[in-house]
Write a protein of this length. Structure first.
Lengths: 336, 456
């Protein structure tokens, strides 16, 4: 019984939250890695682009709520996502046309692209804050829990409760669907394959008649989808605040690089690597050991490797270690 | 003279702008803008050395600024004797453990060939070391943080004049840059940017949460000043007579003696804060000028030429026998040290250390906007960038308020859109910075004052 309790404890406080957070990071990381692989620059506007997509979705959510449209137990934001995505893609294409295209034609070095993306970051931040304000917004509606901790306890008679939030299930479900679609697209369709070819060797790809304009367009469209959905899922699970989204850029970068930059599958796994290590290293295991160890060996302290204040620092440290020992990432991306 | 015309013109315009703020808004605002412009100029000089001279991209400016600020705290605050008695021994033990650990790792690295075993044993050593250090430090840290947590709760500093911290801040930042440089300088440019950005976040996380050292988010307030205090000035005779002399024309108009005394008091209060700011301006100006002379000398020295050669063609420079790795590390340390000075100056001016306020937007990206806008590779350009961008950053709100009112003049005050726009005036500064950066990068990629290479 104690053993079961211990497992439920880990599930509830580590496994499920890490899986959710990891999915959100993974979507962002694939976004970063696609932009890096195909457009060849580190996009510092990642976090803010995600917040733009989320903002667009929130605006549509409010509109639908005012119309009285709802999905019942599911959050209204799910209907608003496609509209948010469209707005997001338009915004991205606009930026690409007025900003990035020029540098692409000039064949500027990646550093210059990175600097330009900082300009885009400032502008996007301003746009988001001017439109929706810098405040904390919750736009989740519908049923909050699938299983409540108390109900679970009553159901199973265990000491530990397992709370399953609907946002967690939605996040994991949508991530799985989206990522499998994406990998299907990249590996099975002609456009996807030509994107890969373009990413691997630009000159050869151009030589074999791949249209670079189409590749760039498709990349931005996929990026827009990923960024919006990633951002909305994060916002549904926690809350929407432009500043947090900007900060999320850092673990997302960490995930993309840890997984091997330019490698979408690596980025996907990298998100989970970062999320799990953040949560595993900062969780206080006292209760867990109380369940599995005999009474005499119970720990006095919290048995916490690092305080939760260092959550971000954990992912950055992992990144630094990976950069030193395996600069191409765990799953072999491009060598930096 | 003719060659430098654009430099002189640009700086004159900048000075006129600041003077206009002084005349139309208030001298207090003008001087506080000017002081922060000077501090920003020091930061941009640091970033410019790295980016302009050597092409190294350092997005960790925030971390070095914070370390400089930490130096200001550690130098100027009086030591908290009680805390030292309570937990000082444990902390010193930890320091020893860390030094021993580093030495052991160095020993292993030097004396054993590279192998899997070596890597794993070093990893094991670090992990066990961290656990031992935590176990040793825990009781000490708890005791220290328990000492009067409302006002101290940390070890304090050395109680020296805060000016010394400017040098110590440089040393701290340089030390961190040495470690970071050793780790990250081999990376390709944009990944160096990400790595330094993340490392600076780690530094901030440590400063924020190690309360025994920095008081963390509880902030350290009331740091000693190198300049006189306003309250003291207001009761000093020579200062009052100085203010009287300056404003004798204005005061003599007032007939009533009591009124005149009241007006004088008001002027003294205003004058005292202007005077204090002027003191800071003087100090900062000295630093800026010294650094400018040094960096200019360096730029036109053989060393500067070598750095440019390395920046423009690393392989060729390498083939000419220049040690690229070593020079990169050196310039990384030098630039970061200058940023450290700026961090210490900033805390000196504010008189308080707030770890929570170090955010990458303000302390990394804004500084980069300054460097790019001003002109990388040109010290005068970098300084000008610091001035222009900081000026705009502060004055963006009034400017955009004016513009909004101008363009929506026909729309009534109650219009929802207008009200919303006016409410979000503070965020137009981001828009201005972003657009400014994008335009400069597109149409004047070398900045307002581009780099000029003169062969003397």
């Amino acid at each position: 019984m104690d053993f079961l309790n211990a497992i439920i404890l880990l599930l509830n406080y580590i496994f499920i939250p890490a899986l959710t957070y990891g999915s959100q990071l993974a979507l962002g990381a694939i976004f970063v890695t696609l932009i890096y692989g195909i457009l060849r620059f580190a996009n510092f506007a990642t976090g803010d682009m995600m917040s733009f997509g989320t903002m667009a979705t929130i605006l549509f959510t409010w509109y639908f709520q005012s119309l009285g449209v709802s999905l019942g137990v599911l959050p209204t934001a799910l209907i608003a996502i496609p509209f948010g995505i469209v707005l997001m893609i338009l915004y991205m294409l606009l930026i690409d046309k007025f900003v990035f295209k020029y540098y692409r034609n000039q064949k500027s070095p990646p550093v210059q692209f990175a600097m330009v993306s900082i300009g885009v970051m400032f502008v996007t931040q301003a746009v988001v804050r001017i439109i929706i304000g810098p405040g904390d917004r919750r736009f989740f509606d519908g049923e909050k829990f699938i299983i409540k901790a108390r109900e679970f306890k009553e159901m199973t008679g265990l000491n530990e409760g397992l709370a399953l939030k609907s946002t967690q299930v939605i996040t994991i479900f949508i991530t799985i669907v989206l990522v499998s679609l994406l990998f299907w697209f990249l590996n099975r369709t002609k456009t996807g394959k030509s994107m890969k070819a373009y990413s691997d060797n630009e000159d050869l790809a151009l030589l074999s008649g791949i249209d670079p304009k189409k590749i760039v367009l498709v990349t931005w469209i996929i990026a827009g989808i990923l960024a919006t959905i990633g951002g909305v899922l994060y916002g549904l699970d926690k809350s929407f605040k432009p500043f947090t989204y900007f900060n999320n850029m850092l673990p997302i970068f960490a995930a993309a690089i840890v997984g091997g930059i330019g490698n979408p599958f690596g980025a996907f796994l990298g998100g989970y690597v970062i999320a799990f290590s953040e949560i595993l290293l900062t969780y206080a295991y006292k209760k867990f050991f109380m369940y599995i160890l005999p009474q005499s060996m119970e720990p006095n302290s919290l048995v916490q490797l690092l305080s939760t204040d260092y959550k971000f620092a954990v992912s950055f440290s992992i990144l630094v270690i990976v950069l030193i020992y395996r600069p191409s990432g765990i799953f072999k991306g491009k060598v930096l | 003279m003719r060659k430098n015309l654009n430099v002189i013109a640009a700086y004159s315009i900048m000075m006129v702008l600041i003077l206009m703020v002084g005349i139309f808004q208030s001298w207090n605002i003008a001087l506080s803008i000017f002081n922060l412009c000077l501090i920003s100029a020091v930061m941009t000089m640091g970033a410019n050395i790295q980016w302009g001279y050597a092409g190294l991209i350092n997005f960790g400016i925030m971390g070095y600024t914070a370390l400089g600020g930490l130096a200001a705290v550690l130098i100027s605050v009086d030591p908290v004797q009680e805390a030292w008695r309570a937990g000082g021994f444990d902390i010193l033990m930890c320091l020893w453990l860390i030094i021993v650990m580093v030495l052991v790792i160095r020993f292993i690295l030097k004396n054993f060939k590279k192998s899997k075993l070596r890597t794993y044993s070093i990893a094991a050593l670090i992990i066990t070391g961290i656990i031992i250090i935590r176990v040793t430090a825990e009781p000490g840290i708890e005791k220290i943080e328990a000492v009067n947590p409302a006002s101290t709760g940390f070890l304090g500093g050395f109680g020296l004049p805060i000016i010394f911290s400017w040098i110590v801040g440089a040393l701290f930042a340089g030390g961190l840059a040495f470690v970071v440089g050793k780790v990250a300088l081999g990376l390709r440019a944009d990944y160096l940017a990400i790595a330094t950005l993340l490392i600076s976040e780690i530094v901030i996380a440590i400063i924020k949460h190690e309360d025994w050292l920095t008081r963390g988010v509880k902030n350290v307030i009331g740091l000693k000043r190198p300049a006189p205090y306003e309250v003291d000035l207001q009761t000093t005779d020579w200062f009052i007579s100085l203010v009287e002399k300056f404003n004798s024309g204005k005061l003599s108009v007032i007939e009533n003696l009591a009124d005149r005394q009241g007006a004088l008091n008001q002027l003294v209060i205003e004058g005292s804060s202007v005077f204090v700011k002027l003191c800071y301006s003087g100090l900062f100006l000295v630093v800026v000028i010294i650094l400018l002379i040094l960096t200019q000398k360096a730029l036109y020295s053989p060393w500067g030429r070598m750095m440019r050669a390395i920046r423009d063609n690393e392989e060729a420079a390498n083939a000419m026998g220049k040690n690229v790795v070593k020079q990169h590390l050196l310039i990384f340390i030098l630039g970061s040290a200058i940023v450290g000075i700026a961090g210490a100056m900033l805390v000196t001016q504010d008189g308080l250390f707030t770890p929570g306020s170090y955010r990458p937007m303000r302390y990394t990206f804004l500084i980069w906007v300054m460097v790019i806008v001003g002109g990388s590779g040109n010290n005068f350009g970098a300084i000008l960038g610091g001035f222009v961008v900081w000026f705009l950053w502060i004055e963006a709100a009034p400017i955009s308020l004016f513009l909004i009112n101008f363009f929506t003049a026909g729309i009534p005050e109650t219009n929802a859109l207008k009200a919303h726009l006016i409410e979000s005036v503070p965020y137009f500064r981001f828009l201005m910075m972003g657009l400014g950066l994008l335009f400069i990068m597109r149409y004047r990629p070398k900045g307002i004052l581009p780099e000029k290479i003169e062969i003397k």
